[in-house]
Ligand binder design. Structure first.
Ligand SMILES: Cc1cc2nc3c(=O)[nH]c(=O)nc-3n(C[C@H](O)[C@H](O)[C@H](O)COP(=O)(O)OP(=O)(O)OC[C@H]3O[C@@H](n4cnc5c(N)ncnc54)[C@H](O)[C@@H]3O)c2cc1C
Length: 473
């Protein structure tokens, strides 16, 4: 049996890789990565510089791991829908094995590849692995997808029956020489017209494993209390690893269970289930990438305000936590979850700008930018998503700052103009005495919190009120 193992950017590892394991146990293994212009054309790559850097690092690491095991990663340019069936025919493979994607465009790609392979009599098997449970498999008593997280997480936990995750294979069969003619080198950032950002987390399975190990032997024990603190390294920072599959979610789950059985460990598993929920949601409702989950939010009158938009993206709103989040995003392709929530609430509620603008901006700059999780995060924040915070809940960026960045260390790190600001004013520098304020090169608030709050409530109540949903009760 000759199997083509098609690595596709969300499973860049050799450990706990079901398609690789399956291929290995049934005969010859051909590891393939397709440089599809959908992601790798220079125009497209420029739209995702941080994700691209992490992906290229991880691809190189995968190439090295496969070589160590005695095989090779074949890297072939072209559209996946053409390349995979063509190579399957040319190389006379019996089956193509890959991990399933939940995104609508990934499903469409797989449908087309599957059809072509079927016509050729070549098997095409998709394995679960991006999620803990097959998307679409967690249903309520009526057989429908859950619309609320807590019952979803209960049902998902009850169905989970995870054995140990698989280690990397000890070796792989060598590739027939004649296949090597097709492979090209993995492109560099420069070849894609991108500059390397040295402040990004490095990709690759080895780095991912070290990060998991560091988290599981330390911060996980206080995760329950520290996870919301923007000033502490209290979270796992594994989101890009989960996104690109340099770790399997299965392995992360098992490592967390083994490391911490108390409340902190349970809290961490709950976050992995939020990840699971967002993937199952997108599987069930692919239109979420275009539309709000709540139908009464469709057509919501989000006005345009170019000045406010630019201030938010550049971190010049005058609200320190919001600005720190914007600058952290551009600088290191990551934003603390609490800061994401505050910044997203601010964009949609204080500035009344469409959540889809923020969603696209985050997808551009986040290293962990993930269609399912990012969409769910933005819709949750705007109040229009599945099991979102109620639309009338509006984060106060000052009180959020005081609570989750009590000494202002997070703000000082990302907004150096406020480095010398006394802690008493760090989250509302406009209240500092004039003599002090003149030392900070920092703007006044773009909008008054109380005014913005009332404006959003009035707009939303007026719009949603037409359907009765506008009454917060
Ligand atoms: C507006 C907004 C946009 C977001 N966009 C993304 C995104 O594009 N990609 C992404 O991975 N996460 C996204 N999140 C969720 C969350 O902010 C990140 O997963 C988290 O900050 C990553 O840091 P960590 O790995 O240290 O998380 P940890 O706290 O260590 O959590 C462990 C893992 O659980 C998952 N997770 C944690 N919180 C959530 C959550 N609220 N929803 C879904 N999964 C979660 C992540 O995979 C994370 O790596 C977004 C949240 C918001 C509010």
């Amino acid at each position: 049996m000759r199997s083509l193992v098609w690595f596709r950017g969300k499973d860049l590892r050799v450990a706990d890789h079901e398609p690789l394991f399956e291929a290995m146990t049934s005969g010859e293994v051909i590891p393939l990565f397709v440089l599809d212009p959908y992601f790798f054309s220079p125009d497209r790559a420029r739209e995702l510089p941080h994700r691209m850097q992490f992906l290229l690092d991880s691809l190189r690491d995968l190439e090295a791991s496969l070589a160590r095991l005695g095989s090779r990663l074949l890297v072939v340019p072209g559209r996946s829908v053409d390349v995979v069936p063509r190579l399957a025919a040319e190389w006379k493979v019996d089956q193509v094995l890959a991990h399933r994607w939940v995104e609508p465009f990934g499903r469409e790609r797989d449908r087309r590849v599957g059809e072509s392979l079927e016509r050729m009599g070549v098997g095409f098997r998709l394995f679960e692995g991006e999620t803990l449970l097959a998307p679409g498999s967690v249903r309520n008593g009526q057989g429908a997808m859950f619309r609320v997280f807590t019952p979803f997480s209960r049902a998902a936990s009850a169905r989970l029956n995870l054995g140990p995750s698989r280690p990397a294979p000890p070796s792989l069969p060598p590739l027939p020489e004649d296949l090597l003619a097709r492979t090209i080198p993995i492109p560099s950032m420069e070849e894609l017209g991108l500059a390397r950002n040295p402040d990004l987390q490095p990709g690759g399975e080895g780095n991912a494993r070290s990060r998991l190990q560091a988290f599981a032997t330390g911060p996980i024990r206080s995760y329950g209390t520290d996870r919301d603190r923007m000033d502490l390294p209290g979270t796992s920072r594994l989101s890009a690893d989960l996104k690109f599959g340099t770790l399997s979610v299965h392995a992360v789950w098992q490592a967390a269970v083994a490391a911490e059985r108390g409340e902190s460990g349970r809290r961490y598993l709950t976050e992995l289930l939020w990840r699971e929920f967002s993937h199952h949601l997108l599987w069930e409702w692919p239109e979420l990438l275009q539309q709000p989950f709540r139908p009464d939010f469709a057509g919501f009158p989000w006005p345009q305000d170019e000045g406010a938009w630019v201030a938010w993206t550049e971190g010049r709103t005058g609200y320190p936590v919001v600005d720190a989040a914007a600058r952290q995003l551009l600088a290191e392709g990551f934003v603390h979850n609490r800061a994401r929530m505050v910044a997203a609430s601010f964009l949609t509620k204080h500035l009344l700008l469409d959540y889809r603008l923020g969603e696209a901006h985050y997808m551009r700059w986040l290293t962990d930018g993930d269609w399912a999780q990012n969409n769910a995060g933005w819709q949750w924040s705007a109040g229009c998503g599945c099991d979102a915070q109620p639309w009338f809940r509006i984060f106060n960026p000052v009180t959020q700052g005081r609570k989750f960045d009590p000494d202002g260390a997070y703000v000082r790190r990302w907004v150096p103009a406020l480095a010398e600001c006394p802690t008493a004013f760090i989250h509302e520098p406009w209240r500092a005495p004039k003599s002090l304020r003149s030392h900070f090169d920092y703007p006044d608030p773009i909008v008054d919190h109380a005014f913005a709050r009332q404006r959003f409530l009035a707009t939303a109540r007026g719009y949603l009120g037409r359907t009765g949903a506008g009454n917060p009760g």
